[in-house]
Design a protein. Structure first.
Length: 201
């Protein structure tokens, strides 16, 4: 059977979402990965792909029943993406490295948004701890299990995995959590400044 081809519509979605992640500061130039699943094929970015400048050469089709055939070229996070699809049936998955979220994950086991939008859309977001050195296969089951009950999860010191019906929904949760974490960090900064001012007074 001939290899399946990435359609122009899918490619454009990868490009737009990847670009948005980079422009919003949720990834550095060559970090993070994306996947979309259609029927029996997962389309996933390759290792080291520049999400802000994706081309067809940066995306590979992986058969759901034979993921090992593409392990050498697909993102190293392939085991996590596959487990999420198998457990949650996600159409789109975004793995990002949002700085405010990662900073919060170093100090918290649960991220609780302060802003109304974050509370409404995300609720409490779990932070899971991975063995060191980090190996995707070792966290795949825990990430997927958490995502059966949540839209997004954080791996401490590493980044987020968000699931959605498509990449746009997964981008939404990724962006929303980073926004909420920035608000938390700003609030902590203001609280510290106010306490310092009160002490001086």
């Amino acid at each position: 059977m001939p290899a399946k081809s990435l359609t122009p519509i899918l490619l454009r979605t990868f490009q737009q979402v990847g670009r948005d992640l980079f422009l919003q500061g949720l990834n550095s130039s060559h970090s993070g990965n994306l996947s979309m699943t259609e029927k029996d094929t997962m389309w996933i970015t390759k290792r080291g792909a520049p999400l802000g400048r994706l081309g067809a050469r940066d995306i590979v089709g992986v058969p759901l029943d034979d993921a090992s055939s593409k392990e050498a070229v697909a993102s190293s996070e392939l085991p996590v993406h596959m487990e999420i699809v198998q457990r949650c049936g996600a159409g789109g998955i975004v793995h990002a490295h949002p700085p405010a979220v990662i900073a919060m994950s170093m100090a918290e086991e649960l991220i609780v948004p302060l802003d109304l939008e974050g509370k409404y859309h995300l609720g409490e977001v779990s932070v899971i701890v991975s063995p060191e050195p980090y190996r995707p296969a070792q966290v795949a089951s825990q990430v997927a299990e958490t995502l059966t009950k949540s839209k997004i999860v954080v791996v401490r010191g590493h980044g987020t995995f968000a699931r959605g019906s498509d990449l746009w929904e997964a981008l939404h949760w990724s962006s929303a959590l980073e926004h909420s974490c920035r608000i938390i960090l700003m609030s902590l900064t203001l609280k510290g400044r106010n306490e310092k001012t009160a002490t001086k007074a």
